[in-house]
Design a protein around this ligand. Structure first.
Ligand code: PEP
Length: 258
């Protein structure tokens, strides 16, 4: 059975107090609504990780970070290592987000090294992939995503890949209000599953969690999450508002109510 996951990527938003209030509001809401069969992951900015981990002791969510260093340790001013993140008992790390690829020049090789660092330190990578608008218009979107998956993930063995959450995030839909249609999301998720099946096997392809990201909101989540190969979402802007984020979590069907 595949894990159903909704993760919130707060990006570079919120001050400490605002973050604490938002986490408590989300955590309380999750407890009240009950989230059996789902996993919720909050990925605040690094500085708030410890506080978020503390609050996760009383609330039903996991904690993730938005990035980790490709390096193990040493003279890399400003970097945060996977080992440091793990030492705070953090379970997930977003890796290869399009904003990191775009603004910080992270290529597939760097992303693959970050994936390895995460796996080595027992952190589940939330591995982002997705095409630019031009690639979609030129009908190259499958090629782009195939390349990112092959370069970033296909050096892993089966027991490692099963711990990866793949996030398909078409870049043209991130923070733009433009969403991929549920059919476009389903088509790409099925494509990714097929890549895994050909490279590894059917069983693994069926077991890997693939979430969609790109302007998911309370009013489009039900339709997107209703597609058979969509196992949840990576939520940016809409994760900064507790009520909206809770509605998105509620929209995710579990295998019991699917
Ligand atoms: C994201 O940053 O991963 C994301 C999906 O952002 P948004 O939901 O704002 O499009």
């Amino acid at each position: 059975m595949r894990k159903k996951i909704v993760a919130g990527n707060w990006k570079m938003n919120k001050t400490f107090d605002d973050a604490e209030n938002l986490i408590v509001e989300i955590g309380t809401g999750l407890r009240e609504m009950g989230i059996e069969g789902k996993e919720v992951v909050l990925c605040p900015p690094f500085l708030f990780t410890e506080m978020t981990v503390d609050l996760s002791q009383e609330h039903p969510f996991y904690v993730g970070v938005q990035d980790i260093s490709e390096h193990e340790e040493g003279a890399y001013t400003g970097e945060i290592s996977a080992q440091m993140v793990r030492s705070l008992e953090t379970n997930f790390a977003i890796i290869g987000h399009s904003e990191r690829r775009m603004h910080f020049n992270e290529d597939d090789e760097v992303v693959a090294r970050k994936v390895d660092m995460a796996i080595k330190n027992s952190i589940n990578p939330i591995f982002c992939c997705g095409e630019q608008l031009e690639a979609r218009k030129d009908e190259k979107h499958f090629d782009v995503v195939r390349g990112q998956i092959e370069e970033g993930l296909f050096h892993l063995d089966k027991s490692e890949l099963i711990n990866v959450v793949i996030a398909y995030e078409p870049i043209w839909a991130i923070g733009t209000g433009e969403t991929a249609s549920p059919e476009q999301a389903q088509e790409m998720h099925a494509f990714i599953r097929n890549l895994i099946s050909v490279k590894y096997n059917n069983e693994l392809a069926d077991s890997v969690t693939i979430v969609y990201g790109g302007s998911v909101k309370p009013d489009n989540a039900v339709e997107i999450f209703g597609k058979p190969d969509v196992d949840g979402g990576l939520i940016g802007g809409a994760s900064l508002d507790a009520k909206g984020f809770l509605k998105i979590v509620a929209a995710l069907p579990t295998d019991d109510n699917n």
